[in-house]
Design a protein. Sequence first.
Lengths: 305, 297
Amino acid sequence: MDPIRDKILKRSKESNQDVIGKILSYAAIILILAVVVSIFAFVFAKGIATFTENHASLKDFLTGTDWNPNVKGEDGKPLVGALPMIVGSFAVTLLAALFATPFAIGTALYMTELSSSKGRAFMQSVVELLVGIPSVVYGFIGLTVVVPFVRSHFGGSGYGILSGAFVLFVMVLPTITSMTVDSLKAVPKHYKSASLALGATEWQTIWRVILRAALPGIMTAVVFGMARAFGEALAVQMVIGNASLLPTSLTNPASTLTSVLTMGIGNTVMGTVANNALWSLALVLLLMSLFFNILVRMISRKGRM
Amino acid sequence: MNPKKTNTLALLMIRIIAVIVVVILAFLIGRILIQGLPHISWKFLTTSSKAFTSGGGIGIQLFNSFYLLILTLIISFPISLGAGIFLAEYAPKNALTNVIRMAIEILSSLPSVVVGLFGFLLFVVQFKLGFSILSGAIALTFFNLPLLTRNIEDSLNSVPKLQREAGLALGLSKWHTVIKVILPEAIPGIVTGIVLCAGRIFGEAAALIYTAGQSATSVDFTKWNPFDASSPLNLFRPAETLAVHIWKINSEGIMPDAEQISAGSSAVLIIAVLIFNLSARFLGQKLYQHLTAAKQG
């Protein structure tokens, strides 16, 4: 056998390396995909058991206000009205976004339009530090500072949606700020120059040109912040009071999907109605986070057109 | 009001908002440190916690937090390295790649409590691992993978295309080029990303409550055989971390000094996160100078 012919026909060491590399990197990505798919499959399978096995009606789940899965109602179906938690989750999320958005936009504008490069670097590290503070620490501060503050200034026990919204406000502020900064930076420089050249003041330029151009990006940032607020568990659970009642005021104890989940899973037995009902709440959380994701995609697609 | 006055007023407002944000951060950090530092002592950091009486420490929780952090990084780094290399180097530009990217994005935005519950269902209940460090580390891996993957992808992408062409022109395989040429150049960015992820893992609690558990079994720091039941390295013992400890004593703690312990623990957590943040910057810069021809200082 001709050794040269043999060498050319055989796979080289390099192409073998490439095959190994491809296998390794494809395996890693398939593993991640499998994790995502199985999270959805498991939570979905567990979440619908309340309706398929325990015969609770979906309508009661979404509109009922009695949360007591161990007890059966008059119609023989378990009481799984999750409306108080759903309302609670949306209330803290929307309030937090409402408080945080003006602050985030202001800070972002300061960083991109007004400050010197030193000021920008300083604010950048402020934002990074705010992101880095763990959520239990926010919860602890909420317990020792925000709850007493709300109690003495707004009445009630201090535990409730308002306290939850205050804590979430600080938690989502850095998320919204840093994404808003990115979208403000993406506005072409000549927009600003053109506006200033027309004699517009700095504020007119910011308000009518820069913010308009960056609007889709800012909206994406707010939705991301809301997604984070909606899924936050411990910090909210520590200050919201954990009462599964339909909230009547901002300062009464309430509950969110995440707070009921963290409190409940350990106190219920796998496979019981009470446990299945909690998994249904987890499913709602999962679907909401999917919804926020789709919303972000829709906004950024619209913004590009 | 004329435009000039509006302008001055509006710009002033923006400055005031920025100052308020700084004040909020200063207040948070200041409050945590002032409240917590007086409770931190060598004894507090090394003794074990007490359930009913005052004077408990956080020794085991602190060890658990670091052990869990290291385990999580050991599991998640190779996977996200592979996935990052795939996305940066091998991924074809087609619909499937888009689906993969979307899946990773969704995974990164899932609430951590849902990820924790999934870990609970799969590892604690289905695979019968029980509340254990291993279950906790795997749950944290899920929640860490998307961030680390994106970080590695970005760091690889920031290496100029010329380097890849140079490698291929020398007859190296693509894999060899990536591992020996591209990856070393991307190391500073990757290290910064890992350290920042470490800060996040260190403070995470929601994903751990039902995977690593809420109890700190006493361990014997003289036994280092991982298969010994009371060894600190045992993978199958329940391990309450520092962050879970803070949550636990605030929601159901009955020791008289619960508030002091949480203040002290919060301060320790914050200091750890600060150290992670600062070292991420420092390490990234130093490594960059070390690995490239960038000027010192």
